[in-house]
Write a protein that binds this ligand. Structure first.
Ligand SMILES: [Zn+2]
Ligand SMILES: [Zn+2]
Length: 255
């Protein structure tokens, strides 16, 4: 399984992660924060299944751009998967004929733009040789982490959560777990803001990963760009040997 954390900067500061998108084996994506700005339109058109964690702008901002770029006027189109709150946001706030054309209504059987499909917690779906299971995490809006399993590796992506429990119970049961992508959004001195916005600081990150009873790579994501250096220093001070900072643009291979 190959996972690329897509860059969201356009002027060379690629380590800054302003918005979130992951590309998995070229045909599956998680979140559309920057997916619509990725590569060539033909690259985007290879993505036939897009899984949205939650409806916040840094995870959904380029969704309309992506759907337009991926459109091929063929019977086959992208399927966007999300929980009921995500689908409501897409229908009412994005494809509403004001913010962007209503791509669902404009879709025909011969040339659809997009299909929207609902995800339910802990009901896995299988696409392109991957089994993807949504797991509820703890955020301001209904938000899913995803367990992603291929024949030879499993990876869990948890972006945007405060302290949480269920996802770690699931993680502790996963065979072949290779990596957990987990957020650390704010530096320790902004604990109060992390608390109300349901994000993690490095100190809170350390408490979360104590709940993981498996050997696994811990790849930290969603560092707020303005505080990145401070968050990196605080993460390094945790002294966790399995911890690494996620690098946008890099392709991670898990096998
Ligand atoms: Zn969020
Ligand atoms: Zn976010």
């Amino acid at each position: 399984m190959r996972i690329q954390l897509l860059s969201s900067a356009v002027d060379g500061v690629f380590e800054k992660q302003y918005a979130t998108s992951y590309l998995i084996d070229e045909t599956v994506a998680v979140d559309a924060g920057s997916l619509g700005f990725h590569g060539e339109p033909e690259d985007q058109a290879k993505v036939k299944n897009l899984f949205i964690t939650h409806s916040h702008a840094d995870h959904i901002a380029t969704l309309p751009i992506f759907v337009e770029n991926a459109y091929e006027a063929k019977p086959d189109c992208v399927t966007v998967w999300g929980n009921a709150a995500v689908l409501k946001c897409i229908r009412e706030d994005i494809f509403n004929d004001r913010f962007w054309p209503d791509f669902e209504r404009l879709s025909t059987p011969e040339a659809p733009f997009v299909k929207l499909k609902e995800l339910k917690a802990e009901r896995p779906v299988e696409v392109d040789g991957l089994r993807i299971t949504p797991i509820l995490v703890n955020h301001q809006v209904r938000n899913f982490g995803f367990s992603i399993e291929s024949a030879d590796a499993s990876v869990v992506i948890v972006s945007d959560t405060g302290p949480t429990e269920r996802v770690w119970e699931v993680v502790n049961e996963i065979e072949n777990l290779k990596a957990v992508f987990l957020e650390a959004a704010f530096p320790n001195h902004m604990h109060d803001l992390a608390d109300v916005s349901l994000h993690l600081t490095p100190a809170m990150f350390a408490e979360e990963v104590k709940k993981i009873r498996r050997d696994t790579r811990l790849i930290v994501v969603h560092l707020k760009p303005r505080y990145r250096r401070e968050i990196e220093r605080e993460l390094a001070a945790l002294g966790l040997p399995s911890l690494e900072i996620g690098r946008p643009n890099e392709e991670y291979t898990f096998r």
